[in-house]
Design a binder for this molecule. Structure first.
Ligand code: RB5
Length: 143
C-alpha cells in the first residue's frame, strides 16, 4: 500500500520511526515533510497528506504533531478524509473496522515510539467491516 506521512516539528522524530515501521511492513512511503525540528505550521502538512489521499495517489495517510489534535482538526476539513486521533491500540483498530479511517493522527508528546509503532501496525492491518458501518460513514463522509 502507498502511504503518505507528514509531521510538524513536534512530530519529526516520531515520523522517522514510523516511516521505518511502514517500510518494514512492506509499504511504500511518501514523505510529505517536514524535514527537521524547526518550527512549522501543521495545517500545511496535513493538507499535503490529505491531498494525496483525496486524489488517490496514496491509499492512506499518517499525520503526527505534538498532540495529534491540530493535525486531526485540519485533516477532517475535507469530506473525503476520515482522520482518527488515537492514543492506544483499541481505538486505532476500531477506527479502521468501524469508521474506515483513511488518516491516522498521532501525538508525539502523548505516546512513545513503541506504542505508536504497534498502533500503526494494527491500523494498517485492520480491514473496514462495511455493512451498517458503511451506511453510517456515508452520512457524513464521501467514500
Ligand atoms: C506545536 O507546538 C503544537 O501546537 C502542535 O504540534 C500540535 O500539538 C497542535 O495541535
Amino acid at each position: 500500500m502507498k502511504v503518505a506521512i507528514a509531521c510538524d516539528h513536534g512530530g519529526f522524530v516520531l515520523k522517522l520511526e514510523l516511516m521505518r515501521v511502514l517500510k518494514d511492513m512492506g509499504h511504500e512511503v511518501l514523505d510529505c515533510g517536514c524535514d527537521s525540528e524547526a518550527s512549522v505550521d501543521y495545517p500545511d502538512f496535513a493538507a499535503a497528506v490529505c491531498d494525496r489521499v483525496v486524489d488517490s495517489s496514496c491509499a492512506r495517510g499518517v499525520l503526527i504533531c505534538g498532540t495529534g489534535i491540530g493535525m486531526s482538526m485540519a485533516a477532517n476539513r475535507d469530506k473525503k478524509i476520515r482522520a482518527a486521533l488515537c492514543h492506544e491500540i483499541f481505538t486505532a483498530r476500531m477506527s479502521r473496522e468501524h469508521n474506515n479511517a483513511n488518516v491516522l493522527c498521532l501525538g508525539a508528546r502523548v505516546i512513545g515510539p513503541g506504542l505508536a509503532g504497534e498502533m500503526l501496525r494494527e491500523w494498517m492491518n485492520t480491514e473496514f467491516a462495511g455493512g451498517r458501518h458503511l451506511r453510517r460513514i456515508e452520512k457524513f463522509s464521501s467514500c
